[in-house]
Design a protein around this ligand. Sequence first.
Ligand code: NAD
Ligand code: DEZ
Length: 323
Amino acid sequence: MDKKKKVLISFDTVRPGFEELVEWADMTRRPEGESFTREEMMEIGAQYDALATQFTFPVDRELIDAFPNIKLIANYGVGYNNIDVAYAHSKGITVTNTPRAVIQPTAELTMGLLLSCSRKIAMWDRHMRRTKSSSKSLSDSSGMATNLCGKTIGIIGYGNIGRAVGHMAQAFGMTVLYNKRHQLDAATEQELGVTYADLDKIFTECDVVSLHTPYNEDSHHLVSASRLAQMKRSAILINAARGAVVDEAALVHALQTGEIAAAGLDVFEHSDNPLPELYEMEQVTMTPHVGTQTYEARVAMAQELCNCIIGYFEGDRPISIVK
Ligand SMILES: NC(=O)c1ccc[n+]([C@@H]2O[C@H](COP(=O)([O-])OP(=O)(O)OC[C@H]3O[C@@H](n4cnc5c(N)ncnc54)[C@H](O)[C@@H]3O)[C@@H](O)[C@H]2O)c1
Ligand SMILES: O=C(O)[C@H](O)[C@H](O)COP(=O)(O)O
């Protein structure tokens, strides 16, 4: 029998979901609650056939070179901007990701951020804790929220997650405009009940703009100072994609000057360091990149990751390969 493939699971996550891989591979991982450091990975990399990694680990040239025998980099997550894919491909290494498991949880978090902004849920929560009171004024306009029903959402990046968000927004009575690289055919648009719009139309006409593009050269600072200036003063911006899709300094300015009304952010331009002004703004709801942080999603992502690893080496099932 062939020797088992050696697989390094570099990050920490739930244990359920890895059962098949535990049987199939010679798998290395740290005890629950611990990850490998970059330095440790560089030191032990040469013995592995596959590296499983995750968003917070930059898989750059130097790290890839420290794994001279790997055939596969399997990302735990759909977004792979942490990986130098072109360099991996140049070395004949395949890259995979986990697109399916992340769709629903990320769309649900997006709607949570949107509801928090439109109904000021986080603001009221902070207010009640601060004042130890549930009193409010029925006429104070600063406390007034806004309905979602009857409003228009513009979804930029209408892929798997964007579509799920659109579907949920429709259930709230919203009209959906979308933008993506290639417009859908008319029959699909009709079936989904959505309308294509260019970015000018989305930024000028929508009550909510929700971002769901991957992060790449094209989407860097897609939401710039000039785009923010196009938005309605009552508009809400939601970002559960990648932080640098938004020019964060420009966003702070737009919120400070009332150019837009509110923002719901799961991701930040400098990952773990949101600009300090954001912490002071009542009209901002923030979460620390938790779009996929549900138990069900973590287990399903683990299963999808393991399928990719086993499927790549066995060739016995479909896997999601990053092109
Ligand atoms: N916050 C989180 O925890 C979390 C979770 C999952 C995914 N994400 C992010 O969300 C992104 C989208 O995920 P997905 O599964 O929907 O991907 P997807 O590939 O299914 O969809 C991406 C869509 O964006 C479009 N697109 C690409 N570049 C664009 C551009 N410059 N302008 C307009 N449209 C563009 C594509 O045409 C495609 O329709 C991921 O790449 C990841 O970065 C974040
Ligand atoms: O792209 C994705 O799928 C998510 O952003 C990814 O799952 C986030 O990974 P985390 O750091 O939350 O594990």
